[in-house]
Design a protein around this ligand. Structure first.
Ligand code: PGA
Length: 256
């Protein structure tokens, strides 16, 4: 059987304490023990990272972080260096999640600097989050918003042949709402993302070095209507990744 090239990311946000995080990592490791198709990446918050990495030893599950700073060392109280993430065994890092844009005032200039910093460090792949809010969608501005966010985040970024960038389309109004968007709408948005990237980097680079994924209220019930989408490189899963059985069902339906 041909292996799926798709990736499923679990974003555990700030939803769990330490013991809950370790129990979840153990539960997911057990559930996925015979699973060898596509990639699974779990993203705990910073403090449990090292222990989660240890728990997942001898499994195919990778570890990612939920944020990073754009400098590698210095007087930046409270921040985390990309180099430290690599030392901790992280292979991916979520950037500019809409919750950070909303609560931490993160903007695309900051996200751009973070992408640049990550691309300069060996072994880390950025997951760049984009997506319109409800008002932008309602007033028909989604296409421009996506175009603008991608331009701001990725203009002037150099990608080496062996590097990858994941772009996560996450309509803000669907995140945590319990209702994913219509699959056809996600497909359309992914087209906008791809065309914008093609314009900036050329089709060859986009085909080889980019993955476009969807995130927002994916669960085991609605996932099947997304898996067949033409341009789906994977999923970013929040709520449904907090239960091993539910997360397994989502992954199994996607990674076929
Ligand atoms: P959700 O979260 O699946 O709970 O909507 C997705 C995300 O915020 O990345």
């Amino acid at each position: 059987m041909k292996k799926s090239k798709k990736i499923i990311f679990a974003n555990w946000k700030m939803k769990l304490g330490l013991k809950e995080t370790f129990d979840l990592a153990k539960g997911i490791k057990e559930k996925f023990k015979d699973f060898d198709n596509g990639k699974i990446v779990v993203c705990p918050n910073f403090v449990p990272l090292l222990e989660v990495k240890k728990i997942l030893k001898d499994s195919n599950i990778m570890v990612g972080a939920q944020n990073v700073f754009w400098e590698t060392r210095g007087s930046y109280t409270g921040e985390i260096s990309p180099l430290t993430l690599v030392e901790a065994g992280c292979e991916y890092v979520i950037l500019g999640h809409s919750e950070r844009r909303k609560f931490m005032m993160e903007n695309y200039e900051m996200i751009h600097r973070k992408i640049k910093a990550i691309m300069a460090v060996e072994g880390l792949t950025p997951i760049v989050c984009i997506g319109e809010n409800w008002d932008e969608r309602k007033t028909d501005r989604r296409d421009f918003v996506l175009y603008d966010q991608i331009q701001q985040a990725l203009s002037g970024i150099d990608i080496a042949a062996n590097q990858e960038i994941v772009v996560a389309y996450e309509p803000i109004w669907a995140i945590g709402s319990g209702t994913a968007i219509e699959p056809s709408e996600a497909e359309y948005a992914h087209k906008i993302v791809r065309l914008t990237l093609n314009d900036m980097f050329g089709m060859k680079v986009v085909n080889e070095n980019f993955k476009i994924i969807y995130g927002g209220s994916i669960n085991s019930k609605n996932v099947k209507s997304f898996t067949g989408l033409e341009d789906l490189g994977g999923l970013l899963v929040g709520g449904a990744s907090l239960d091993p059985e539910e997360f397994y069902k989502v992954a199994k339906a996607t990674l076929i």
